[in-house]
Design a protein around this ligand. Structure first.
Ligand SMILES: Cc1cc2nc3c(=O)[nH]c(=O)nc-3n(C[C@H](O)[C@H](O)[C@H](O)COP(=O)(O)OP(=O)(O)OC[C@H]3O[C@@H](n4cnc5c(N)ncnc54)[C@H](O)[C@@H]3O)c2cc1C
Length: 366
């Protein structure tokens, strides 16, 4: 049987993970194109928390929960090379009642979230002194270093036969007379394929516009801040997510915070938001460790454009009647990358639809 030719457009967390699955589980001939370098899109700015999420449809939370297992499986297949940080997440909501509801809703989905007593919280986060009476702990959640994971999977995929082409910007989707996609064009070179997979993050929308498809996708900014402190890992020994802050340490000298982007006025620049976040973080640690808290500094601030479908749910699958074109557009793509990549690979290879992806077709918007 002829091997399938697959062209993947965009080497972010999604495109690289998908390329790795094809390289590992199939004989497909895979070419992975990126306009710059792998990881140079929004993935590099991600908080990269692998989480189940909250307040979404049960089936979607289950999908995310399943993807956490898929991360474990992927890392096992990579012999631990992905270095996933499985320290778990401490969180609370605006009110104790909401936190209890959060704990209960996760338990109903058989996802392990426990309530922490004050003593248990103090053991887990000894420097944290500002917390409500009811606090949740999701011990099965984790985080990745997206750049490390992208590079590690990419190198393995290349070793297994994937052709990786950086600095290759796709400008056109090539279609035959019957409107079937047959490849893509970059500069003056055509890449012919049995299946083109779009994993170009927010740029998926522009690429689809060139063939008159309107993708219901918003590009929404969010801010990632890296803080420096010589004892960073003491501040956040777990992922900590509260209505006021979201932080996690990434090594002994740095921790990350994710913040909402408000607007582009002079009072809400990412740098000013970073300084406000610093004050909030210091306030959470000030009583127990005032000297340590006061010596945290802002190290780096960046804004990432998140690809968010209009209803927040992933858009995955073959595009309408065009069997040559497959799309993956999703937020929380770091959490979902391995599961969606495995399912997408199976759909593309065997032309068989996965029931787990039925709710996530673009046709739901029509
Ligand atoms: C502050 C912040 C916090 C976040 N926190 C989380 C979190 O905790 N958990 C989570 O799961 N998600 C989180 N996200 C969202 C997550 O980062 C994204 O959903 C994910 O990175 C999207 O990955 P992607 O591969 O689809 O896109 P990208 O990483 O943008 O990759 C797309 C790639 O396509 C390439 N490309 C674009 N156009 C072209 C073209 N024309 N030709 C060729 N190549 C092209 C780009 O160069 C890029 O490398 C966060 C995002 C931000 C900004």
């Amino acid at each position: 049987m002829k091997e399938k030719k697959i062209v993947i457009v965009g080497a972010g967390i999604v495109g690289v993970t998908l390329a790795w699955f094809f390289a590992t589980y199939s004989d497909a001939e895979v070419t992975l194109l990126d306009q710059k370098q792998a990881g140079s899109g929004v993935s590099q700015h991600s908080f990269a928390w692998l989480n189940v999420s909250y307040g979404r449809p049960d089936s979607y939370q289950k999908l995310r929960s399943k993807s956490l297992n898929e991360w474990r499986r992927l890392d096992a297949e990579m012999h631990g090379a992905l270095k996933i940080d499985w320290r778990g997440a401490i969180s609370w909501q605006e009110t104790n009642a909401e936190t209890l509801q959060f704990i209960q809703s996760h338990s109903e989905l058989s996802f392990n979230v426990e309530s922490l007593t004050k003593e248990n919280l103090a053991k887990k986060e000894p420097l944290l002194d500002k917390a409500p009476n009811v606090v949740a702990f999701a011990g099965e959640e984790g985080a990745i270093d997206p750049i490390w994971v992208i590079q590690t999977l990419l190198q393995d995929a290349i070793k297994k036969g994937v052709t990786y082409c950086p600095e290759t910007e796709v400008s056109k989707i090539l279609q035959n007379e019957s409107g079937q996609t047959i490849g893509v064009r970059s500069q003056d070179k055509d890449y012919v394929a049995d299946k083109v997979v779009l994993t170009a993050g927010v740029v998926n929308k522009d690429l689809l516009q060139t063939i008159n498809i309107e993708l219901p996708l918003a590009s929404l900014p969010a801010i990632i801040i890296r803080f420096k402190h010589e004892k960073s890992d003491q501040f956040a020994q777990h992922i900590i997510s509260t209505p006021e802050m979201e932080i996690r340490s990434i090594d002994s000298e740095h921790f990350l915070a994710a913040e909402d982007y408000i607007d582009d006025t002079a009072v809400n620049t990412p740098e000013l938001i970073a300084l406000n976040a610093l004050k909030t973080i210091q306030a959470h640690f000030n009583t127990i460790a005032p000297a340590l808290a006061s010596s945290i500094t802002v190290d780096h601030v960046a804004v990432g454009m998140r690809p968010i479908p209009f209803d927040d749910m992933p858009i995955v699958g073959t595009m309408n009647d065009d069997s040559g074109l497959y799309l993956i557009s999703m937020h929380a793509a770091v959490t979902l990358a391995p599961l969606i990549s495995r399912l997408a690979m199976q759909e593309i290879l065997y032309e068989q639809e996965s029931p787990e992806l039925f709710s996530y077709r673009i046709t739901r918007f029509q």
